[in-house]
Design a protein. Structure first.
Ligand code: P53
Length: 476
Protein backbone atom coordinates (compact mmCIF):
# COMPACT_ATOMS: atom_id res chain seq x y z
CA UNK A 1 0.00 0.00 0.00
CA UNK A 2 1.18 3.50 -0.79
CA UNK A 3 2.52 5.38 2.23
CA UNK A 4 0.56 8.57 2.95
CA UNK A 5 3.12 10.64 4.80
CA UNK A 6 6.34 11.48 2.94
CA UNK A 7 9.62 10.04 4.29
CA UNK A 8 11.21 13.42 5.05
CA UNK A 9 8.16 14.66 6.98
CA UNK A 10 9.08 16.91 9.92
CA UNK A 11 7.53 15.28 12.98
CA UNK A 12 8.33 17.20 16.11
CA UNK A 13 6.96 19.55 18.69
CA UNK A 14 6.61 23.27 19.33
CA UNK A 15 7.45 25.63 22.17
CA UNK A 16 8.17 29.36 22.40
CA UNK A 17 10.81 31.29 24.32
CA UNK A 18 8.31 33.49 26.15
CA UNK A 19 6.50 30.47 27.58
CA UNK A 20 9.34 28.09 28.40
CA UNK A 21 12.71 29.79 28.91
CA UNK A 22 12.38 31.65 32.21
CA UNK A 23 15.72 33.26 33.24
CA UNK A 24 13.94 36.50 32.50
CA UNK A 25 16.83 38.79 33.38
CA UNK A 26 19.78 36.53 32.71
CA UNK A 27 22.52 37.26 30.22
CA UNK A 28 21.56 40.91 29.81
CA UNK A 29 18.02 40.16 28.63
CA UNK A 30 15.53 43.04 28.49
CA UNK A 31 11.87 42.62 29.42
CA UNK A 32 9.40 40.89 27.14
CA UNK A 33 5.64 41.63 27.22
CA UNK A 34 5.03 38.35 29.04
CA UNK A 35 7.34 39.32 31.93
CA UNK A 36 4.88 41.80 33.39
CA UNK A 37 1.86 39.49 33.15
CA UNK A 38 0.30 37.64 36.08
CA UNK A 39 -1.13 34.12 35.90
CA UNK A 40 -4.77 33.09 36.27
CA UNK A 41 -8.21 33.80 34.89
CA UNK A 42 -9.44 36.59 34.68
CA UNK A 43 -6.44 38.64 35.90
CA UNK A 44 -4.31 37.68 32.94
CA UNK A 45 -6.98 38.73 30.49
CA UNK A 46 -7.42 42.11 32.17
CA UNK A 47 -3.67 42.64 32.23
CA UNK A 48 -3.46 41.87 28.51
CA UNK A 49 -6.31 44.25 27.76
CA UNK A 50 -4.71 47.31 29.38
CA UNK A 51 -0.94 47.19 29.19
CA UNK A 52 -0.41 50.78 30.29
CA UNK A 53 -2.04 49.89 33.59
CA UNK A 54 -0.24 46.55 33.75
CA UNK A 55 3.14 48.27 33.45
CA UNK A 56 2.28 50.26 36.60
CA UNK A 57 0.94 47.27 38.51
CA UNK A 58 2.89 44.91 40.76
CA UNK A 59 1.62 41.34 40.99
CA UNK A 60 2.57 38.67 43.53
CA UNK A 61 3.65 36.16 40.95
CA UNK A 62 4.90 36.23 37.37
CA UNK A 63 4.80 32.80 35.68
CA UNK A 64 7.32 33.71 32.96
CA UNK A 65 10.17 34.65 35.29
CA UNK A 66 11.16 31.04 35.85
CA UNK A 67 8.65 29.34 33.58
CA UNK A 68 9.85 25.75 33.04
CA UNK A 69 13.47 26.96 33.12
CA UNK A 70 14.17 25.71 29.61
CA UNK A 71 17.02 28.24 29.58
CA UNK A 72 18.99 26.03 31.96
CA UNK A 73 17.46 22.66 31.20
CA UNK A 74 17.32 22.57 27.41
CA UNK A 75 19.94 19.83 27.14
CA UNK A 76 17.95 17.49 29.32
CA UNK A 77 14.76 18.37 27.39
CA UNK A 78 16.36 17.88 24.00
CA UNK A 79 17.44 14.40 25.13
CA UNK A 80 13.78 13.57 25.76
CA UNK A 81 12.72 15.03 22.38
CA UNK A 82 15.35 12.86 20.76
CA UNK A 83 14.10 9.82 22.63
CA UNK A 84 10.66 10.45 21.09
CA UNK A 85 12.32 10.56 17.67
CA UNK A 86 11.68 14.26 16.92
CA UNK A 87 12.89 15.28 13.48
CA UNK A 88 12.46 18.96 14.33
CA UNK A 89 11.77 21.34 17.19
CA UNK A 90 9.93 24.59 16.67
CA UNK A 91 11.02 27.23 19.15
CA UNK A 92 11.39 31.00 19.08
CA UNK A 93 14.19 33.41 19.74
CA UNK A 94 13.52 36.02 22.39
CA UNK A 95 14.09 39.39 20.73
CA UNK A 96 14.89 41.07 24.06
CA UNK A 97 17.74 38.60 24.71
CA UNK A 98 19.35 39.72 21.47
CA UNK A 99 18.34 43.40 21.56
CA UNK A 100 17.40 44.12 25.21
CA UNK A 101 15.82 47.49 24.38
CA UNK A 102 14.75 46.59 20.88
CA UNK A 103 16.31 49.72 19.41
CA UNK A 104 19.94 48.96 20.37
CA UNK A 105 22.44 49.35 17.55
CA UNK A 106 24.50 46.29 18.47
CA UNK A 107 23.21 42.88 19.54
CA UNK A 108 23.82 41.43 22.99
CA UNK A 109 26.49 38.79 22.48
CA UNK A 110 25.58 36.92 25.65
CA UNK A 111 22.00 36.47 24.48
CA UNK A 112 23.15 35.16 21.13
CA UNK A 113 25.53 32.71 22.81
CA UNK A 114 22.55 31.01 24.44
CA UNK A 115 20.91 30.45 21.03
CA UNK A 116 24.24 29.29 19.55
CA UNK A 117 24.33 26.49 22.15
CA UNK A 118 20.64 25.67 21.86
CA UNK A 119 20.76 25.38 18.07
CA UNK A 120 24.03 23.42 18.14
CA UNK A 121 22.56 21.03 20.70
CA UNK A 122 19.53 20.40 18.47
CA UNK A 123 21.69 19.77 15.43
CA UNK A 124 24.01 17.48 17.41
CA UNK A 125 20.94 15.40 18.27
CA UNK A 126 19.72 15.25 14.68
CA UNK A 127 16.82 17.63 15.34
CA UNK A 128 16.14 20.33 12.75
CA UNK A 129 15.57 23.73 14.40
CA UNK A 130 12.46 25.56 13.19
CA UNK A 131 12.70 29.14 14.38
CA UNK A 132 9.98 31.71 15.00
CA UNK A 133 11.61 35.13 14.98
CA UNK A 134 8.88 36.87 16.97
CA UNK A 135 6.49 34.82 19.10
CA UNK A 136 4.43 37.38 21.10
CA UNK A 137 7.81 38.84 22.02
CA UNK A 138 8.29 42.44 20.90
CA UNK A 139 10.61 43.94 23.56
CA UNK A 140 8.62 45.82 26.20
CA UNK A 141 10.84 48.88 25.79
CA UNK A 142 9.50 49.26 22.26
CA UNK A 143 5.99 49.47 23.67
CA UNK A 144 7.01 52.02 26.27
CA UNK A 145 9.04 54.17 23.92
CA UNK A 146 7.24 53.83 20.59
CA UNK A 147 3.76 52.46 21.38
CA UNK A 148 4.64 49.16 19.72
CA UNK A 149 4.01 48.21 16.09
CA UNK A 150 1.83 51.19 15.24
CA UNK A 151 5.16 52.99 14.84
CA UNK A 152 6.98 52.56 11.51
CA UNK A 153 10.35 52.65 13.28
CA UNK A 154 9.76 49.09 14.44
CA UNK A 155 10.34 47.83 10.90
CA UNK A 156 13.94 49.00 11.10
CA UNK A 157 14.53 47.50 14.57
CA UNK A 158 12.99 44.19 13.56
CA UNK A 159 14.93 43.85 10.32
CA UNK A 160 18.17 44.67 12.16
CA UNK A 161 17.38 41.80 14.52
CA UNK A 162 16.51 39.47 11.63
CA UNK A 163 19.73 40.24 9.80
CA UNK A 164 21.75 39.27 12.87
CA UNK A 165 19.89 35.96 13.14
CA UNK A 166 20.09 35.06 9.44
CA UNK A 167 23.85 35.73 9.39
CA UNK A 168 24.57 33.99 12.64
CA UNK A 169 22.58 30.83 11.92
CA UNK A 170 23.31 30.54 8.21
CA UNK A 171 23.76 26.87 7.32
CA UNK A 172 22.30 25.81 10.67
CA UNK A 173 18.71 27.00 10.55
CA UNK A 174 16.72 26.56 7.35
CA UNK A 175 13.07 26.88 8.46
CA UNK A 176 11.99 30.27 9.78
CA UNK A 177 8.70 32.00 10.60
CA UNK A 178 8.63 35.78 10.76
CA UNK A 179 5.72 36.39 13.20
CA UNK A 180 3.76 33.91 15.28
CA UNK A 181 0.00 34.08 14.63
CA UNK A 182 0.28 37.40 12.82
CA UNK A 183 -3.52 37.80 12.92
CA UNK A 184 -3.36 37.86 16.74
CA UNK A 185 -2.70 41.61 16.55
CA UNK A 186 -6.47 42.00 15.99
CA UNK A 187 -7.42 39.85 18.99
CA UNK A 188 -4.76 40.43 21.65
CA UNK A 189 -3.08 43.58 20.30
CA UNK A 190 -0.78 43.97 23.30
CA UNK A 191 0.68 40.50 22.75
CA UNK A 192 0.60 40.43 18.98
CA UNK A 193 1.70 43.98 18.33
CA UNK A 194 3.08 45.31 21.61
CA UNK A 195 0.34 47.93 21.14
CA UNK A 196 -0.91 50.46 23.64
CA UNK A 197 -3.84 52.71 22.80
CA UNK A 198 -4.20 56.35 23.66
CA UNK A 199 -7.59 57.52 24.88
CA UNK A 200 -9.92 58.21 21.98
CA UNK A 201 -7.64 56.57 19.42
CA UNK A 202 -9.29 54.53 16.62
CA UNK A 203 -8.30 51.03 17.70
CA UNK A 204 -8.93 49.48 14.30
CA UNK A 205 -6.70 52.10 12.73
CA UNK A 206 -3.89 51.25 15.20
CA UNK A 207 -4.26 47.51 14.77
CA UNK A 208 -4.31 47.56 10.97
CA UNK A 209 -1.49 50.09 10.86
CA UNK A 210 0.50 47.81 13.19
CA UNK A 211 -0.42 44.87 10.97
CA UNK A 212 0.79 46.76 7.90
CA UNK A 213 4.17 47.51 9.46
CA UNK A 214 4.48 43.87 10.52
CA UNK A 215 3.61 42.73 7.01
CA UNK A 216 6.25 44.99 5.50
CA UNK A 217 8.75 43.89 8.17
CA UNK A 218 7.93 40.26 7.39
CA UNK A 219 8.48 40.80 3.66
CA UNK A 220 11.79 42.57 4.31
CA UNK A 221 12.86 39.72 6.59
CA UNK A 222 12.01 37.30 3.78
CA UNK A 223 14.13 39.37 1.40
CA UNK A 224 17.09 39.53 3.77
CA UNK A 225 16.79 35.84 4.63
CA UNK A 226 16.81 34.82 0.98
CA UNK A 227 19.75 37.10 0.17
CA UNK A 228 21.86 35.75 3.02
CA UNK A 229 21.06 32.14 2.20
CA UNK A 230 18.92 31.13 -0.79
CA UNK A 231 18.37 27.78 0.94
CA UNK A 232 16.31 29.47 3.67
CA UNK A 233 12.62 28.54 3.81
CA UNK A 234 10.80 31.52 5.25
CA UNK A 235 7.19 31.19 6.25
CA UNK A 236 4.31 33.11 7.70
CA UNK A 237 2.18 31.85 10.58
CA UNK A 238 -1.57 32.11 10.97
CA UNK A 239 -3.81 31.31 13.93
CA UNK A 240 -6.07 29.26 11.67
CA UNK A 241 -9.35 27.42 12.05
CA UNK A 242 -12.08 27.86 9.47
CA UNK A 243 -15.12 29.86 10.57
CA UNK A 244 -18.36 27.96 9.88
CA UNK A 245 -21.74 29.62 9.30
CA UNK A 246 -24.20 28.86 12.10
CA UNK A 247 -26.94 27.94 9.60
CA UNK A 248 -27.44 27.80 5.83
CA UNK A 249 -29.05 31.25 5.91
CA UNK A 250 -27.21 33.30 3.25
CA UNK A 251 -26.53 36.01 5.81
CA UNK A 252 -24.76 33.47 7.99
CA UNK A 253 -22.73 32.26 5.00
CA UNK A 254 -21.75 35.84 4.23
CA UNK A 255 -20.70 36.69 7.78
CA UNK A 256 -18.64 33.51 8.06
CA UNK A 257 -16.95 34.41 4.78
CA UNK A 258 -16.12 37.86 6.14
CA UNK A 259 -14.73 36.35 9.34
CA UNK A 260 -12.52 34.01 7.33
CA UNK A 261 -11.29 36.93 5.25
CA UNK A 262 -10.37 38.79 8.42
CA UNK A 263 -7.80 36.03 9.02
CA UNK A 264 -6.81 35.32 5.43
CA UNK A 265 -6.19 39.02 4.91
CA UNK A 266 -2.75 38.65 6.49
CA UNK A 267 -1.75 35.60 4.48
CA UNK A 268 -3.19 37.09 1.29
CA UNK A 269 -0.60 39.84 1.70
CA UNK A 270 2.25 37.56 2.79
CA UNK A 271 1.62 34.87 0.21
CA UNK A 272 0.23 36.78 -2.80
CA UNK A 273 2.19 39.97 -2.16
CA UNK A 274 -0.64 42.46 -2.28
CA UNK A 275 -3.58 43.76 -0.33
CA UNK A 276 -6.75 41.87 -1.29
CA UNK A 277 -9.34 44.00 -3.08
CA UNK A 278 -11.92 43.34 -0.35
CA UNK A 279 -9.71 45.20 2.14
CA UNK A 280 -10.49 48.55 0.49
CA UNK A 281 -14.15 48.44 1.46
CA UNK A 282 -13.28 47.04 4.87
CA UNK A 283 -10.91 49.89 5.65
CA UNK A 284 -13.31 52.50 4.36
CA UNK A 285 -16.11 51.19 6.57
CA UNK A 286 -13.86 51.15 9.63
CA UNK A 287 -12.55 54.64 8.95
CA UNK A 288 -9.02 53.37 8.44
CA UNK A 289 -6.44 55.30 6.46
CA UNK A 290 -3.20 53.41 6.18
CA UNK A 291 0.26 54.86 5.94
CA UNK A 292 1.38 52.76 2.99
CA UNK A 293 3.99 53.83 0.46
CA UNK A 294 4.76 52.68 -3.09
CA UNK A 295 8.00 51.29 -1.73
CA UNK A 296 6.01 49.24 0.82
CA UNK A 297 3.88 47.81 -1.97
CA UNK A 298 6.94 46.89 -3.98
CA UNK A 299 8.54 45.13 -1.01
CA UNK A 300 5.35 43.17 -0.33
CA UNK A 301 5.02 42.15 -3.98
CA UNK A 302 8.61 41.02 -4.41
CA UNK A 303 9.03 39.04 -1.19
CA UNK A 304 6.33 36.48 -0.60
CA UNK A 305 6.68 33.54 1.77
CA UNK A 306 7.89 30.04 0.91
CA UNK A 307 5.36 28.17 3.02
CA UNK A 308 2.30 28.72 5.18
CA UNK A 309 2.73 27.81 8.84
CA UNK A 310 -0.41 27.68 10.94
CA UNK A 311 -1.78 26.73 14.34
CA UNK A 312 -4.99 24.78 14.53
CA UNK A 313 -6.86 24.13 17.76
CA UNK A 314 -10.47 24.35 16.62
CA UNK A 315 -12.91 25.56 14.05
CA UNK A 316 -15.11 28.58 14.83
CA UNK A 317 -18.77 29.36 14.39
CA UNK A 318 -20.51 32.62 13.58
CA UNK A 319 -24.05 33.88 13.07
CA UNK A 320 -25.43 37.03 11.43
CA UNK A 321 -28.21 37.11 14.02
CA UNK A 322 -27.32 39.40 16.94
CA UNK A 323 -29.66 37.41 19.21
CA UNK A 324 -27.77 34.20 18.49
CA UNK A 325 -24.44 35.97 18.91
CA UNK A 326 -25.38 36.77 22.50
CA UNK A 327 -24.44 33.13 23.21
CA UNK A 328 -20.84 33.73 22.25
CA UNK A 329 -18.44 31.76 24.43
CA UNK A 330 -16.21 33.63 26.82
CA UNK A 331 -12.58 32.82 27.33
CA UNK A 332 -10.92 32.33 23.98
CA UNK A 333 -9.07 35.04 22.05
CA UNK A 334 -11.22 34.06 19.07
CA UNK A 335 -14.88 34.70 19.73
CA UNK A 336 -17.02 31.77 18.70
CA UNK A 337 -20.39 30.13 19.29
CA UNK A 338 -20.52 26.61 20.69
CA UNK A 339 -20.99 23.98 17.98
CA UNK A 340 -23.78 21.55 18.97
CA UNK A 341 -22.15 18.71 17.01
CA UNK A 342 -18.81 19.00 18.79
CA UNK A 343 -17.32 18.53 22.24
CA UNK A 344 -15.20 21.05 24.09
CA UNK A 345 -11.99 20.96 26.10
CA UNK A 346 -11.97 21.75 29.82
CA UNK A 347 -11.15 25.32 28.79
CA UNK A 348 -14.13 25.51 26.46
CA UNK A 349 -12.19 25.17 23.21
CA UNK A 350 -14.19 23.34 20.52
CA UNK A 351 -12.65 20.02 19.47
CA UNK A 352 -13.00 19.50 15.73
CA UNK A 353 -10.57 17.10 14.02
CA UNK A 354 -12.42 17.26 10.67
CA UNK A 355 -12.02 21.02 10.86
CA UNK A 356 -8.27 20.51 10.51
CA UNK A 357 -8.83 18.84 7.13
CA UNK A 358 -11.23 21.63 6.12
CA UNK A 359 -8.67 24.25 7.16
CA UNK A 360 -5.81 22.50 5.33
CA UNK A 361 -7.86 22.35 2.14
CA UNK A 362 -9.00 25.96 2.45
CA UNK A 363 -5.43 27.19 2.88
CA UNK A 364 -4.01 25.03 0.12
CA UNK A 365 -6.78 25.96 -2.33
CA UNK A 366 -6.17 29.62 -1.64
CA UNK A 367 -2.36 29.76 -1.66
CA UNK A 368 -1.08 26.58 -3.33
CA UNK A 369 2.04 26.64 -1.19
CA UNK A 370 3.34 23.96 1.17
CA UNK A 371 1.67 24.03 4.56
CA UNK A 372 3.25 23.36 7.96
CA UNK A 373 1.06 22.56 10.99
CA UNK A 374 3.20 24.24 13.63
CA UNK A 375 0.71 24.06 16.54
CA UNK A 376 -2.10 21.71 17.50
CA UNK A 377 -3.02 20.05 20.76
CA UNK A 378 -5.21 19.74 23.79
CA UNK A 379 -4.78 21.86 26.92
CA UNK A 380 -5.91 19.62 29.78
CA UNK A 381 -5.42 18.94 33.48
CA UNK A 382 -3.18 15.93 34.11
CA UNK A 383 -3.19 13.74 37.17
CA UNK A 384 0.01 12.19 38.50
CA UNK A 385 -0.76 8.73 39.90
CA UNK A 386 0.77 7.39 43.11
CA UNK A 387 3.35 5.46 41.07
CA UNK A 388 4.26 8.63 39.14
CA UNK A 389 2.56 7.63 35.89
CA UNK A 390 0.35 10.04 33.92
CA UNK A 391 -2.34 8.39 31.84
CA UNK A 392 -3.34 11.11 29.40
CA UNK A 393 -5.57 9.03 27.13
CA UNK A 394 -7.69 12.11 26.34
CA UNK A 395 -4.62 13.80 24.80
CA UNK A 396 -3.72 10.70 22.80
CA UNK A 397 -7.30 10.58 21.53
CA UNK A 398 -7.27 14.26 20.50
CA UNK A 399 -3.96 13.96 18.66
CA UNK A 400 -4.83 10.64 17.05
CA UNK A 401 -8.06 12.06 15.58
CA UNK A 402 -6.23 15.14 14.32
CA UNK A 403 -3.39 13.17 12.75
CA UNK A 404 -5.97 10.96 11.03
CA UNK A 405 -7.56 14.06 9.49
CA UNK A 406 -4.14 15.48 8.64
CA UNK A 407 -3.53 12.31 6.62
CA UNK A 408 -6.89 12.76 4.89
CA UNK A 409 -5.81 16.29 4.03
CA UNK A 410 -2.61 14.95 2.51
CA UNK A 411 -4.66 12.43 0.52
CA UNK A 412 -6.80 15.34 -0.68
CA UNK A 413 -3.64 16.69 -2.26
CA UNK A 414 -2.27 19.13 0.29
CA UNK A 415 1.53 19.42 0.42
CA UNK A 416 2.47 19.27 4.09
CA UNK A 417 5.98 19.84 5.44
CA UNK A 418 5.48 18.73 9.01
CA UNK A 419 3.53 18.55 12.22
CA UNK A 420 4.69 20.04 15.52
CA UNK A 421 2.12 19.71 18.33
CA UNK A 422 2.09 22.64 20.71
CA UNK A 423 3.74 22.53 24.13
CA UNK A 424 5.40 19.17 23.54
CA UNK A 425 6.77 19.75 27.01
CA UNK A 426 4.36 21.39 29.49
CA UNK A 427 4.80 25.16 29.60
CA UNK A 428 3.02 28.34 30.68
CA UNK A 429 -0.26 29.00 28.87
CA UNK A 430 -0.23 32.17 26.78
CA UNK A 431 -3.87 32.97 27.34
CA UNK A 432 -4.22 32.18 31.03
CA UNK A 433 -0.68 32.05 32.46
CA UNK A 434 -1.55 28.70 34.00
CA UNK A 435 0.71 25.66 34.24
CA UNK A 436 -2.32 23.45 34.80
CA UNK A 437 -3.42 23.91 31.19
CA UNK A 438 -1.00 21.29 29.95
CA UNK A 439 -0.28 20.25 26.37
CA UNK A 440 2.85 18.14 26.79
CA UNK A 441 4.10 14.64 26.19
CA UNK A 442 6.52 15.53 28.97
CA UNK A 443 5.17 16.53 32.35
CA UNK A 444 6.81 19.37 34.29
CA UNK A 445 6.36 19.41 38.04
CA UNK A 446 5.16 22.94 38.69
CA UNK A 447 1.77 24.36 39.67
CA UNK A 448 -0.15 27.58 39.00
CA UNK A 449 1.53 29.28 41.95
CA UNK A 450 5.03 28.41 40.83
CA UNK A 451 5.48 25.59 43.32
CA UNK A 452 7.23 22.41 42.14
CA UNK A 453 10.58 20.75 41.52
CA UNK A 454 10.53 21.43 37.76
CA UNK A 455 11.37 17.78 37.33
CA UNK A 456 10.42 16.25 33.96
CA UNK A 457 8.59 12.94 33.48
CA UNK A 458 7.18 10.99 30.56
CA UNK A 459 3.40 10.82 30.14
CA UNK A 460 1.62 7.91 28.44
CA UNK A 461 1.35 10.11 25.33
CA UNK A 462 5.17 10.29 25.23
CA UNK A 463 5.41 6.58 24.35
CA UNK A 464 2.43 6.81 22.01
CA UNK A 465 3.92 9.72 20.01
CA UNK A 466 7.30 7.96 19.86
CA UNK A 467 5.58 5.01 18.14
CA UNK A 468 3.65 7.32 15.82
CA UNK A 469 6.88 8.94 14.65
CA UNK A 470 8.77 5.68 14.29
CA UNK A 471 6.00 4.26 12.06
CA UNK A 472 5.86 7.61 10.18
CA UNK A 473 2.20 8.00 11.09
CA UNK A 474 1.14 4.66 9.60
CA UNK A 475 -0.04 3.30 12.99
CA UNK A 476 -1.88 5.66 15.30
P1 P53 B 1 -2.99 28.83 25.40
C1 P53 B 1 -5.66 31.82 21.54
C2 P53 B 1 -6.30 31.17 20.50
C3 P53 B 1 -5.56 30.47 19.57
C4 P53 B 1 -4.18 30.43 19.68
O1 P53 B 1 -2.92 28.82 23.81
C5 P53 B 1 -3.55 31.09 20.70
C6 P53 B 1 -4.29 31.80 21.65
C7 P53 B 1 -3.61 32.53 22.75
O2 P53 B 1 -4.20 32.20 23.96
O3 P53 B 1 -2.23 31.12 20.80
C8 P53 B 1 -1.41 30.04 20.40
O4 P53 B 1 -1.58 28.79 25.89
C9 P53 B 1 -0.01 30.53 20.60
C10 P53 B 1 0.71 29.87 21.74
C11 P53 B 1 -0.29 29.44 22.79
C12 P53 B 1 -1.20 28.40 22.18
O5 P53 B 1 -1.88 28.93 21.07
O6 P53 B 1 -3.70 30.06 25.76
O7 P53 B 1 0.79 30.56 19.46
O8 P53 B 1 1.67 30.77 22.22
O9 P53 B 1 0.31 28.96 23.95
C13 P53 B 1 -2.21 27.82 23.12
O10 P53 B 1 -3.72 27.58 25.79
Amino acid sequence: MKKIIPENFLWGGAVAANQCEGAYLEGGKGLSPVDILPGGIPVRKEALADVRKTIETTYDYYPSHVSIDFFHRYKEDIKLFKEMGFKCLRTSICWARVFPNGDDLEPNEEGLKFYDSLIDELIKNGIEPVITINHFDTPLELTKKYGGWKNRKLIEFYTRYCEVLFNRYKGKVKYWMTFNEINMILHIPSFGGGLVFEDGENREQCMYQGAHYQLVASALATKIGHEIDPENMIGCMLAAGTVYPNTCHPNDILIAQAANRENYFFIDVQSKGEYPRYSERLFEEMGIKLDITDEDRKILKQNTVDYIGFSYYSSRLKSADPEVMKNIKPGNAFKTLGNPYLKESEWGWTIDPVGLRVTMNDLYDRYGKPLFIVENGLGAVDKVEADGSINDDYRIEYLKLHIEQMKEGIKDGVELIGYTPWGCIDLVSAGTGQMSKRYGFIYVDKDDNGVGTLERSRKKSFYWYKDVISANGENL
